[in-house]
Design a binder for this molecule. Structure first.
Ligand code: TMP
Ligand code: MG
Length: 286
């Protein structure tokens, strides 16, 4: 039915269920569809030419806005906590406090750097940030069909907005839930606003934003895209959900994590740096 679902990167535990959900969503029509996507390592590439691509945090960490000493500390945090993030032998309960610790320490270090708001665009421009191949079609197609796209990220909202703005795809149908920076009157970073979003509290984040989901209540069909098991909760605020199709990018530690991804996501994309499959799904659904 959809040629791209036969790509070598595609794995599905229950292909019949995928077909059923797709058919039911086509029948309901594209005016009942909304897309909810994670940002880092879902809309952006995991690696390029054998080199890791940066997350929102890494864009700042690697930039000229951060001192050498602070860079080293942030790198230390990444080396400590990223292996925990992707460790399939630990439960979410075990990881959760450690993830809060990572985000809290990283944000404290960033705040110490007196980062200026007007320098963020330079940091993004000079970074190695890369949206996945096919991003233009993805964003433009959703915009053309007036399908709302919620980007739900435990990264940094100011940075991710700048990435999609510089790529020319920050269209009016895009909404962002993320960690936003708070600046003083002279434009210097003093804190992060609101409740912290980390990879394992997206459910709480979703439930805090009832207004957004209330506005979209006529769109009970959801295409969800993520790369972490924590991303599965991004649609928990959707009202009267009818169908959900979950697409998961499995970028790292493939063998250890494959079964848990197959159990949780309808479609698993293994080491696939493109948006070819999501684009094919959207083409089919609209
Ligand atoms: P996401 O929800 O958009 O995927 O963003 C979360 C990612 O950010 C997660 O994979 C871990 C990563 N991260 C860093 O790379 N550096 C940091 O300092 C922190 C706190 C998170
Ligand atoms: Mg991610």
């Amino acid at each position: 039915m959809i040629l791209e679902l036969s790509n070598p990167s595609v794995c599905m535990k229950d292909p019949d269920r995928v077909q059923e959900v797709l058919q039911s969503m086509v029948k309901a029509g594209s005016n009942t569809l909304q897309v909810i996507s994670d940002f880092d390592m879902t809309l952006t590439r995991f690696e390029f030419n054998g080199k890791r691509c940066p997350t929102c945090h890494n864009i700042l960490d690697n930039s000229i806005l951060i001192s050498a000493d602070c860079k080293q500390k942030l790198k230390g945090l990444l080396d400590t906590y990223y292996p925990i993030e992707i460790d399939s032998s630990r439960s979410v309960e075990e990881k959760l406090p450690l993830m809060v610790e990572w985000w809290t320490k990283a944000h404290e270090l960033l705040v110490e750097q007196k980062i200026r708001k007007d320098r963020l665009s330079v940091a993004v421009r000079e970074s190695d940030a890369m949206l996945r191949e096919g991003y233009q079609l993805f964003f433009d197609h959703l915009h053309q069909h007036s399908i709302p796209l919620l980007i739900f990220s435990a990264g940094i909202g100011d940075i991710l907005e700048e990435v999609i703005r510089q790529a020319g795809v920050f269209h009016p149908n895009v909404n962002v839930f993320s960690n936003y920076m708070d600046f003083d009157e002279s434009g210097v970073l003093t804190a992060f606003k609101g409740e912290l979003i980390h990879i394992y509290n997206k459910r709480e984040g979703a439930l805090l934003n009832t207004g957004h989901f209330q506005e979209l209540r006529t769109r009970p069909n959801v295409l969800l895209m993520g790369d972490s098991l924590g991303d599965l909760n991004m649609a928990d605020g959707v009202q009267d959900m009818e169908n959900i199709l979950k697409v998961g990018f499995l970028n790292d530690k493939v063998e250890e994590r494959k079964q848990s991804y197959l159990d949780a996501y309808d479609i698993v994309l293994i080491k696939d740096e493109t948006l070819e499959v999501p684009n094919a799904l959207l083409h089919y659904l609209t």
